[in-house]
Write a protein that binds this ligand. Structure first.
Ligand code: SF4
Ligand code: SF4
Length: 262
């Protein structure tokens, strides 16, 4: 299906002849602007299945390209290159290299879900954006985003202890993102907490931060949740062929490089 959205045409694919006469008619300049055909040879036929295997991407197959998601999108209103409808199209036809050209803006989805409410086919485009950002990270096309690192820290702590301890989560998040613990806004927040909260509560918070309390009898639940998480991650790795790709990458290492690495 052709796409006639001018901003989707890459500038390098627009060709203009400065001096051109066709059948005696001067069509130089603007009148001789042509769109160069694209030739795509590196389709990923499994791309839709890979996105559908990640949380949020399950209903991508329902899309009928009406564009309501993009029309209602908060981010598209300020950046026309942010185009959920177009990315869903690329995923469904397997144009991975074209999708990768926008890899640095797909994460910008703010999860407002306006697209989800506008979608007539219950595709849940917000979920598809999340799944696509996750896919980019799992495939190594983009580094882990701060929100992904926060989710990992949060989930690991909850699974381990059955409790949420904000101080530990903030410390763990800062460590993962390479941020210093002493930050002006954090110091200011701590000062205000000390000024406003009862002493007993502050002592409890301090102890919780040091002693790392756990929900009693949590070990059974922890093991069951961890088993479920491992199972889901294994399914995702299989759907995205991650282990297979690692093996291919290893085999592609030249003998000289391999010897140097050993
Ligand atoms: S959830 Fe994301 S894709 Fe959907 S409208 Fe909001 S910013 Fe756009
Ligand atoms: S609104 Fe739904 S059906 Fe329409 S293009 Fe977006 S995802 Fe597809």
């Amino acid at each position: 299906m052709p796409i006639h959205e001018e901003h989707l045409i890459r500038p390098e694919n627009l060709k203009t002849h400065e001096d051109l006469v066709i059948d005696g008619i001067d069509v130089s300049g603007h009148w001789s602007t042509f769109i160069e055909s694209r030739v795509v040879t590196d389709y990923n036929e499994a791309l839709e299945e890979e996105i559908a295997a990640l949380p949020g991407g399950e209903f991508i197959h329902r899309c009928w390209q009406c564009g309501s998601c993009t029309n209602s999108c908060t981010v598209n209103a300020i950046n026309p290159d942010f185009n959920p409808r177009y990315w869903i199209y690329l995923i469904r036809v397997g144009m991975e290299s074209e999708l990768l050209r926008d890899k640095d803006i797909i994460w910008q989805c703010v999860s407002c879900n306006k697209c989800t409410y506008a979608c007539p086919r219950d595709v849940v485009p917000e979920g598809v954006m999340k799944a696509t950002a996750h896919w980019l990270e799992l495939k190594g096309h983009t580094p882990k985003s701060p929100s992904m690192l926060f989710d990992e820290e949060f989930s690991e702590q909850v699974i381990e202890t059955g409790k949420i301890e904000e101080g530990r989560i903030i410390r763990g998040f800062f460590k993962r993102t390479g941020q210093p613990l002493m930050q002006d806004w954090l110091v200011e927040m701590a000062k205000r907490l000390v000024a406003k909260l009862p002493v007993t509560l502050l002592v409890k918070m301090g102890l919780a931060s040091v002693l790392r309390p756990r929900t009693s009898g949590w070990s059974g639940a922890r093991d069951a949740i961890q088993e479920y998480v491992d199972e889901k991650q294994a399914e995702q790795r299989k759907a995205l062929r991650l282990d297979e790709l690692v093996e291919i990458a290893k085999q592609e290492v030249k003998p000289g490089q391999q010897a140097a690495a050993e």
